[in-house]
Design a protein around this ligand. Structure first.
Ligand code: PMP
Length: 408
């Protein structure tokens, strides 16, 4: 695909041909999960029909083949995020598990009075997990504020940063607002003030919207979920710098992750296996690699340009809906439109859009403290992906006009 051709992209996603009660599906819930192209569905079916078996242990051809495909998938991920070594890619079940591996390990190393920084725009996965790590260790959780538009307050960040900072964990992109954070700059500031501090980027929303180069960002960890990148659910990635991962506390113990075992004791294997106990999600890894191969054919500038065009049109149309207010309207954001309409509950908006075949998400978006900070009980959120069209943006607003009339 040399140029960005939405029609041909749409054809590759079978679910987009669906109708709901006679209405064509308008899928605008991509921040929750993306749809899957035929290439990913085929890769899963092909694995289970042609070479299903366990990896790394069989003395037979199928196992060799499965192992080869599985490890090639790791290499595909490493190349995609520009990791310096394949062993830096640890398979997880998703972003949540990746954050937990880092936070649980960190909790063993943090001491009372050490400081952990997160932001006001965290998904619960990156807030609750660090709250727990701080509670377990006695470390202090510092929360970097945002302004009314949903931008991080950089002056406050600098004030909170100190030589006691041991960890900064923040989202690449906010799931609730779409704000893109200046992660490279923030990482550099942390390293300058507290050279031993580690930085984790929650890439759940960042990874499907442009190039990710983990070496360029300079952080220590980057975690994401396959299902938000056109891949299957149940598979995700923890990328970590090799020097950091090499002695990271093991968190799950069992088969695959050991070197030697006696009745009394065990020693751990090498990366990446030492952090991957048990039979992995083999098909998931292969499916994610298929998604990455598929996505990587696209011109990333064109992908970003398309999503921005959808967002800009949505922002224009938002001004014409009586009582509609865009929440967290940052300058620099991906195709996420979070909004409220005066006098209408977000859940009712979602329900009335759904009756018209339009799928959005409503509620607190797993960010209750952020909703409180922005003085809203929740929002309605339309999130765009590469296969959405300007016509679908128009359909959303036609649906919203209809819904607000019914709710008025
Ligand atoms: N962080 C962010 C920013 C997210 O958007 C999500 C998913 N909504 C998560 C973490 C958690 O991802 P998962 O549920 O796939 O583990």
């Amino acid at each position: 695909l040399k140029t960005f051709d939405v029609a041909s992209i749409r054809q590759q996603f079978p679910i987009l041909a669906r109708t709901l009660d006679g209405n064509p599906l308008v899928y605008l819930d991509n921040a929750a999960t993306t749809q899957k192209p035929q290439a990913v569905i085929d890769a899963l079916v092909d694995f289970y029909t042609q070479c299903n078996s366990n990896v790394h242990r069989g003395a037979h051809q199928l196992s060799d083949e499965a192992t080869r495909r599985y490890e090639q998938s790791r290499a595909t991920v490493a190349k995609f995020i520009h990791a310096s070594a394949v062993e830096e890619v640890i398979w997880t079940s998703g972003t949540t598990e990746g954050i937990n591996i880092v936070a649980k390990g960190m909790a063993q190393r943090l001491q009372a009075c050490d400081e952990v920084m997160v932001t006001q725009m965290e998904h619960h996965a990156n807030l609750v997990t660090w709250q727990q790590a701080c509670k377990m260790s006695g470390a202090i959780l510092k929360v970097v504020p945002i302004d009314e538009q949903g931008n991080l307050d950089l002056a406050a960040f600098e004030q909170l940063l100190s030589s006691r900072t041991r960890m900064l964990a923040l989202p690449h992109v906010s799931n609730a607002l779409g704000t893109i954070n200046p992660i490279k700059m923030l990482t550099a500031k942390v390293k300058a003030v507290a050279p031993q501090a580690l930085v984790l980027i929650d890439g759940a929303q960042g990874v499907a919207h442009g190039r990710v180069d983990v070496q360029d960002i300079g952080a220590d960890f980057y975690v994401f979920s396959g299902h938000k990148l056109f891949g299957p659910t149940g598979i995700g990635v923890l990328w970590g710098r090799r020097q950091v991962l090499e002695d990271w506390p093991v968190w799950l113990t069992g088969g695959e992750m050991i070197a030697t075992v006696t009745y009394e004791d065990a020693t751990w294997g090498k990366l990446p296996n030492r952090l991957e106990a048990g039979t992995p999600n083999i098909a998931g890894a292969i499916g994610l690699a298929a998604a990455i191969d598929w996505f990587s054919q696209l011109d990333m500038d064109a992908v970003a340009g398309h999503e921005q065009a959808l967002l800009q049109r949505a922002l224009e149309l938002a001004q014409q809906v009586p009582g509609m207010r865009v929440v967290g309207n940052a300058e620099n954001k991906i195709g996420i439109l979070s909004f409220v309409i005066e006098g209408a509950h977000p859940a009712d908006i979602g329900f009335l859009l759904d009756r018209q075949g339009i799928a959005i998400r409503t509620g607190d978006h797993c960010a209750q403290p952020l909703m409180a900070r922005l003085h809203v009980p929740g929002t309605a959120r339309a999130s765009f992906s590469i296969y959405n069209t300007l016509d679908e943006v128009e359909a959303l607003f036609k649906g919203l006009h209809k819904a607000s009339m019914m709710l008025a």
